[in-house]
Design a protein around this ligand. Structure first.
Ligand SMILES: CNc1nc2c(CC[C@H]3O[C@@H](OC)[C@H](O)[C@@H]3OC)c3nc(N)[nH]c(=O)c3cc2[nH]1
Ligand SMILES: [Zn+2]
Length: 376
């Protein structure tokens, strides 16, 4: 069994929920963990010091975006993505598959790869499994993702079966193309839509190549399928993934969904939502979401979340932040982004502590009971 550059140590289980550590070339990650998304080599509006201050352990970059701008070859010439963005902790890059399907216009999926028009200038582009791995190798991320097809949320079995089989063939090609196998971990991505048997099929085909994978992602979720289908799939497939490797649920960043995912045995999650909704004025609080632009907060001198101890909640009021967003001041988006990221990073840290005390169920119930109250 060859030594993988990214490894996992299980520390404690509480039901199917688990606490552990991931060792990577750029440091150790304590799980469960929320991973802020830095699609274009920046977690929008956050400096690296602010990311450190909120407890960020790992950030995400995006193959599709960085391939188009500034170009993975440029980043490679400048020393790789860590050097380029002065980020010294771990980075995970997605393979670009998802963006090609969700951003690229006029895309054509062929066996050799995907032809698409750039969403920036309409230029004709092509990404294959080999190209995706080459880009991720150039970026030098600690964890690279397989190039997969993420089918639309409610795809039929007739569409999913051939799609899974092609994604498995693409997985083999990614493994063969992975030049930096000693310095960069490779995560498999399980597909299969909302069908347990197809999820099983996808996982079994990937397990044939298990020796090459440092972790397993659950893909194809948070793409429009009903919540209960996502939970049902998680409940059935996560525990079947190797126990000695991290499990990553892609695209999930709603507090309650995150706790359901942790309960099913998920270790890692990412989502663009926290910063995206922040820029539009929606923030997380222990009592649920709060839309700060509402007139009721015009003279509200309380913190965004009175139970939050982040820098923003210790220094600024709802009235002030509401004003900043209403007049479109950049600081407004910065403050709401900082708080939302802190909220999710902290939620996973608290979940980890609860698991280590064997109190995850109690922690989850208390959070959910409180979170549903609509605040005034
Ligand atoms: C939102 N729901 C969701 N996102 C998903 C992403 C993109 C995350 C990536 O895309 C950007 O966020 C949109 C982030 O940059 C993230 O980087 C890892 C997925 N990526 C792949 N390769 N395969 C999947 O099955 C998949 C499923 C998802 N479901
Ligand atoms: Zn706060």
């Amino acid at each position: 069994m060859k030594k993988l550059p990214v490894t996992y140590t299980l520390e404690m289980t509480d039901g199917k929920a688990r606490a552990g550590k991931i060792q990577t070339p750029h440091g150790i990650i304590e799980t469960p963990v929320f991973m802020p998304v830095g699609t274009q080599a920046t977690v929008k509006a956050m400096t690296k010091e602010e990311l450190d201050d909120i407890g960020t352990q790992i950030i995400l970059g995006n193959t599709y975006h960085l391939f188009l701008r500034p170009g993975d070859d440029l980043i490679d010439r400048l020393g790789g993505l860590h050097q380029f963005m002065s980020w010294k902790k771990p980075i995970l890059t997605d393979s670009g598959g998802f963006q090609v399907f969700s951003l690229g216009a006029l895309r054509k999926i062929k066996e050799e790869g995907v032809y698409f028009s750039s969403h920036i200038d309409g230029s004709k582009r092509f990404i294959s499994p080999e190209k995706s791995i080459e880009i991720q190798n150039h970026l030098g991320s600690d964890i690279a993702m397989l190039f997969d097809e993420c089918p639309p949320g409610l795809s039929t079995r007739e569409y999913l079966i051939p799609s899974i089989e092609r994604t498995t063939r693409w997985a083999k090609r990614c493994v063969e193309a992975h030049q930096k196998a000693d310095k960069q971990g490779l995560f498999a991505i399980v597909q299969g839509g909302i069908y347990e048997d197809l999820r099983q099929k996808s996982l079994e085909e990937l397990l044939e190549m298990d020796e090459h994978f440092s972790g397993y992602a659950i893909g194809g979720l948070a793409v429009g399928e009903p919540r209960e289908d996502m939970y049902r799939i998680l409940d059935s497939i996560v525990e079947k993934c190797p126990e000695n490797k991290p499990r990553y649920l892609m695209g999930v960043g709603e507090p309650i969904d995150m706790l359901e995912a942790v309960e099913s045995g998920i270790d890692m999650m990412d989502c663009v939502q926290p910063t995206r909704i922040a820029r539009h004025g929606t923030v997380f609080t222990k009592h649920g979401r709060l839309v700060i632009k509402n007139a009721e907060y015009a003279e509200d001198t309380r913190a965004l979340d009175e139970e939050c101890d982040c820098y923003v909640c210790r220094n600024y009021s709802r009235a002030y932040i509401r004003h900043l967003l209403k007049v479109d001041e950049i600081l407004g988006a910065r403050l709401t982004s900082y708080h939302n990221l802190y909220f999710l990073v902290q939620l996973m840290k608290d979940a980890r502590e609860a698991i280590k005390k064997g109190e995850f169920q109690k922690f989850k119930k208390e959070f959910i009971d409180k979170y549903n109250i609509n605040i005034h």
